[in-house]
Every structure is written in structure tokens, then in C-alpha cells.
Ligand binder design. Structure first.
Ligand code: GLU
Length: 487
């Protein structure tokens, strides 16, 4: 194999979505696996929809995921510039070449004329396409159109009756009939190239060896192959990766979970988890292993094991995977991820002291096992905040424990003991609970559940000793008091 050169070529029309991230990742893994070059180029010839803001979001998303590139936008290289709008002068000679060789021609048809043609074809039950009305315009006719103020587009003259074969590394041999294509536009009337034209020129001039991209572009590929052939460029290898569907097998959309990569970042997912998850959206390793480090993915990734059938986006699996990575995270790092969510929920102040942070780390450690993503912090950790609690009277277990006579005694004793103290540590809490048990004559569930209800109002939650230690005696006392008042 000649030195691998792959590219990710986003159109900057919105944030980086799961599908785009997966394309970027597959290209990157392929480049890293084979010691190739990863390139990122911006396809911004759709002026109305492209923006620099979207470009920045996409690049930020790639960097956050840990996908880097050796050549391209921002990092530079020998095949620049890497934004299509800045490459227009490079395209010009190829436009002229195609016009001169007769592979392309100017078309002056108006939108109304084109629409009428489409309708007529549809009425005859044929595929709507351009039938080549302007193929044979004379110089004089063109002049007349120009004089009338019409601006031409440039169309590719699609040969008739030609079989176009895409030899796809994922999908195998896919054949297209040129008769279904119709002369397509290379250059729009505003002088800007279309996607199909610019992508070929860029991939050829940037010496891309493998075009790895989403299946939605498979139908564009025969057009692109015709342009490669007309210009005498060697074809790259194509690999079209299957669509990503939601669990209900419909096209992935917001209904199936966040679609933008930065949303996952903001919800407290880890890039390692998302990378691991995205890699398995269409690629399958040889064994049953599901958790992969980036190094393992690079060692094992291959296009041969990329599936032809659609990948299904399973949000629960992503959560499970993220939980796996969160469990392995040092608690200070996890605390840093949780803090903004707690601040936004008004549970922690904007300015935090070193003491707050060390308290937070202990609180986070108490819920780390349960956490699937950091945005869950307020919900999972609410129990550590506040001086009163709401008694969950509907909970069967709460009802059952409160029906024991001893429970009120445990709660009152806990209130009293806590009122006598200014601070306590986990060993003290353990001792106090033991003493209360002796005093009231209960142990096990009857003791610990009653104490849990006293300070949380609930029958479940993080480790009781951790809750008591972290809320401290003042809040333990006031919470127990508030529970007694709700009985
Ligand atoms: N700009 C195209 C897109 O974002 C890239 C297609 C391709 O990779 O050729 O869908």
C-alpha cells in the first residue's frame, strides 16, 4: 500500500454530530494504524449554510475527542489552503480543462425551465434529471443568453449507457448506470464549485488514498468517479460506512439522545468513552471485548471488519461505557467534572474554597459507583445538601420502618446526639450509631434504616456513614427534626 493519506472533510454547517465524529474517528484510526497522514479540510462552498462558528465548534469537538490531524486546517501543510473557499483559484484550470475537452458545458436554463423538465419527467414516471438541453448551444446562443443577463452553471456531460463501478472496501462492488444520473452541476451560477466537484479536486490534489465517509455519499460516488476519469486522476479507494440508526431503526435524531459531540462533553461524558463507543458503531473487533483503550483501537482497527449493515445507536450502552470510565477516574478529576453541574443547580457556590473541594471529593467518592455521566451529579448528590429533608411517605420501605416504635426513638436520639456536637468524623459517626442502637435496643436494618430516614427522608441512597459525615452534625440534627415534624 502506498503511504496512506486520509481526510475528514466536514461542511461547517452545524456542530459535529455523532455520525461525523464516527467518520473522523474511522479515518483517524486507519491513519494511525497504518502510519499514514490524517488531514482535515473544510468544505465550505455552501455559502448560505457555512459559518466560521460552526467550523470552530467542529474543530473543538475533534480536539476534545483526542482526534488530531497531521495536515490541514490550522496546522497547515503542503497541499493547502485547507478551506475550499480559499481554493477557488486552484479549481479554475480544471474547469477550463473540462470545458475544453467537452466533458463539461455551460447551461443557461432557468429554475422555471428546470422545474418544468422535472415535472414532465415525473409525469412520465421517469427519474427527474437534467436531460442536456444546453449541451449543444452555439456560441451565438450563449451570447444571447449572456446579453439577456443570464448567468450559466457548468454541467458535467454524463456519458450515456455507461456502467460505473464503485469498488467499495466496505460494501464491495456497487454498480451504477450513468443513464440515471443526468448532467450534474460542477460550478454554480455564483461561480462556486459544487460539493461533488470540489471534493474530487481536493481529494486528488491532496493525494488522498482512501475516502472513508458515511454511506449517504455512496450515491455521489459515481458522479465523482466520472470527474476523476475525465481529469485523468487516479481513483482513491472508497469505503462507505453504514448509517447510524436510532434504537427504533429510524434515522438517528435528537429523539434517540443528544446528537452533538459537545453536548456529550457538556453532559459529563469522557472522550475516551465516546471514542470507545463510536468505534463500535459499525466496526466490530474479533472477540467479545467491548472496552477498548485508544491504543487498542489503533492496533486492531481495520476496514475489513466494518459492517455493511446499519449501526444502532444505543444510548444505554454509551452510558454503561461512560460509567465504566468514570469509575476509573481519579476522584479529584471526577469532582472537577461534577462541580459546574452542582453550581448550575445552585447546590455549590461559584467561588469554592480548598475545604469545599476536599468535601466535594468525599461526596463524589460516595456516588462514583453509581454515576453514568457527570450531569447526574445534582440528582445523585442532592442528599448531601440542605438542612431539611422531605419525608418520602409513599415509599413502602419508609412506611415499614416508620411503623416500628423504635424508629422514632432512633431519629430523636440521633437529633439529640447531633445537637451536642460541632463536628464529627466517620469514626465518631460509627460510634454514635452503635451507641444509639444499644440505647434503643435495635440493630441492623431497624437501626440503620431509621437513621437513614432521619437524615435523608428516604430508604435508599449513598452510604449512610458517608452521608452523616459529609452533612455534619448541624444538618443531621436539623434534618432529623424536620423528619419528626412530618410524622
Ligand atoms: N463535506 C461532506 C460532508 O460533510 C464530506 C463528504 C466527504 O467526505 O466526501 O458530508
Amino acid at each position: 500500500m502506498s503511504k496512506v493519506r486520509v481526510r475528514y472533510a466536514p461542511s461547517p454547517t452545524g456542530p459535529l454530530h455523532i455520525g461525523g465524529a464516527r467518520s473522523a474517528l474511522f479515518n483517524w484510526l486507519f491513519a494511525r494504524r497504518y502510519g499514514g497522514t490524517m488531514l482535515v479540510r473544510i468544505e465550505d462552498t455552501d455559502l448560505d449554510r457555512s459559518s466560521r462558528e460552526a467550523e470552530a465548534l467542529i474543530l473543538d469537538s475533534l480536539r476534545w475527542l483526542g482526534i488530531d490531524w497531521d495536515e490541514g486546517i490550522e496546522v497547515g501543510g503542503e497541499h493547502g489552503p485547507y478551506r475550499q473557499q480559499e481554493r477557488l483559484s486552484l479549481y479554475q484550470p480544471y474547469i477550463e480543462k473540462l470545458l475544453e475537452s467537452g466533458h463539461a458545458y455551460e447551461c443557461f436554463c432557468s429554475e422555471e425551465e428546470l422545474e418544468a423538465e422535472r415535472q414532465a419527467l415525473k409525469a412520465r414516471g421517469e427519474l427527474p434529471r437534467y436531460l442536456g438541453k444546453c449541451r449543444k448551444l452555439t456560441a451565438a446562443e450563449k451570447e444571447e443568453f449572456r446579453a439577456a443577463g443570464r448567468k450559466p452553471v457548468i454541467r458535467f456531460r454524463v456519458p450515456e449507457g455507461k456502467k460505473i463501478v464503485v469498488d467499495d472496501l466496505v460494501r464491495g462492488r456497487v454498480e451504477f448506470d450513468s443513464d440515471g444520473i443526468g448532467d450534474f452541476i460542477l460550478v454554480k451560477s455564483n461561480g462556486l464549485p459544487t460539493y461533488n466537484f470540489a471534493v474530487v479536486l481536493d481529494d486528488a490534489l491532496m493525494e488522498i488514498t482512501h475516502v472513508i465517509r458515511g454511506e449517504e455519499h455512496l450515491s455521489n460516488t459515481p458522479r465523482q468517479i466520472l470527474i476523476y476519469e475525465a481529469l485523468g486522476f487516479p481513483l482513491p479507494q472508497f469505503a462507505h460506512v453504514s448509517l447510524i440508526l436510532g434504537e427504533d431503526r429510524s434515522k438517528m435524531s435528537k429523539r434517540h439522545g443528544a446528537t452533538s459531540v459537545l453536548q456529550y462533553r457538556d453532559d459529563g461524558y469522557l472522550p475516551e468513552a465516546l471514542i470507545n463507543f463510536l468505534a463500535l458503531l459499525g466496526w466490530s473487533p474479533e472477540g467479545e471485548q467491548e472496552i477498548f483503550s485508544v491504543e487498542e483501537l489503533i492496533q486492531q482497527f481495520s476496514l475489513e471488519r466494518v459492517s455493511k449493515s446499519p449501526a444502532v445507536f444505543d444510548l444505554n450502552k454509551l452510558r454503561w461505557m461512560n460509567a465504566h470510565y468514570l469509575k476509573a477516574l481519579p476522584v479529584d478529576e471526577l469532582s472537577r467534572l461534577c462541580l459546574p453541574h452542582l453550581q448550575r443547580a445552585g447546590l455549590m457556590a461559584e467561588e469554592v474554597t480548598a475545604a469545599d473541594l476536599s468535601w466535594l471529593e468525599q461526596a463524589v467518592a460516595a456516588v462514583q459507583e453509581k454515576m453514568e455521566y457527570a450531569a447526574q451529579a445534582p440528582e445523585l448528590m442532592r442528599v448531601f445538601f440542605g438542612d431539611t429533608v422531605l419525608l418520602d411517605k409513599e415509599d413502602e420501605e419508609v412506611k415499614q420502618i416508620l411503623s416500628l416504635e423504635t424508629s422514632v426513638q432512633v431519629i430523636s436520639a440521633l437529633q439529640q446526639r447531633a445537637e451536642e456536637m460541632d463536628s464529627w468524623d466517620s469514626a465518631t459517626v460509627r460510634r454514635i450509631l452503635k451507641e444509639i442502637g444499644k440505647e434503643v435496643g435495635v440493630k441492623g436494618k431497624a437501626l440503620f434504616m431509621a437513621a437513614r430516614i432521619a437524615v435523608t427522608g428516604q430508604s435508599h441512597g449513598p452510604d449512610l456513614n458517608a452521608v452523616l459525615t459529609l452533612i455534619g452534625p448541624k444538618h443531621a440534627a436539623s434534618r432529623a427534626k424536620s423528619v419528626l415534624e412530618q410524622l
